[in-house]
Design a protein around this ligand. Structure first.
Ligand code: CA
Length: 224
């Protein structure tokens, strides 16, 4: 079942980035720029998790968190804070937040934390699997046929992106935007180069290739 995440964040760029990232990961997203209507929206949309910025105009994140937790104690709240001070984090956790993440954060860390909070204790571990390829977003460990594969940071990000979108064709532009952000100055060829590195490591020793080229368009990771 698709999980819904409510984003409460006043920074427009960050909000857009979060929306895109979460939708690409397969979540349904509701977003607001301030927390004044948070409770109403929660009542209507029934989100499975809330991403809450601490530094908000009008009503501060801590008050909103307290209100959310008073009314909806079962919904996990993950605090986004740009203030890397222990006291802010402690205050956030004191008003009932379940976890926090400090800006700037890595996308995979955000997703791993969201998944960890969404997962009922009994549920599976969040490890991504395609055929005998496994990626653990919490330990960043990648295995093919049980053998650990060492990847560079970019290779890992690229593989993760391919795996969460397995069977879906990704264009070079989509990959560039996601892994290299909107770096227009970077050659599109960098995608092909990194796919080449990944292929060598992921498919090199296996009889069944998982990374496929869609000529003139991009790439897809799938098992056939
Ligand atoms: Ca803010």
């Amino acid at each position: 079942m698709i999980k819904t995440i409510l984003i409460i964040e006043d920074d427009t760029d960050l909000r857009k980035y979060l929306i895109r990232t979460l939708i690409d990961t397969g979540f349904s997203v509701v977003d607001i720029a301030d927390g004044v209507k948070a409770l109403e929206i929660i009542e209507v949309k029934k989100p499975d998790l809330i991403l809450l910025d601490l530094g908000l105009p009008k009503l501060d994140g801590e008050s909103i968190c307290r209100e959310i937790k008073r009314n909806y104690p079962q919904i996990p709240v993950l605090i986004l804070t740009g203030r890397n001070h222990t006291s802010d984090i402690v205050r956030g956790l004191n008003v009932g937040a379940d976890d926090y993440i400090t800006k700037p954060f890595k996308e995979e860390e955000l997703i791993a934390r969201i998944r960890a909070r969404l997962r009922p204790a009994a549920e599976e571990s969040g490890i991504l699997k395609v055929a005998d390829l496994e990626l653990n977003p919490e330990t960043f460990e990648v295995k093919r046929g049980g053998n650990i594969i060492q990847l560079s940071h970019k290779e890992y990000e690229l593989l993760h992106y391919l795996m969460i979108n397995s069977k879906r064709v990704l264009s070079r532009d989509m990959i560039l935007q996601r892994i290299w952000m909107t770096a227009d100055y970077i050659e599109r060829r960098v995608v092909d180069v990194y796919i080449g590195y990944l292929r060598k490591k992921i498919d090199g020793k296996s009889k069944i290739p998982l990374i496929h080229t869609i000529r003139g368009f991009g790439y897809v990771l799938k098992n056939d």
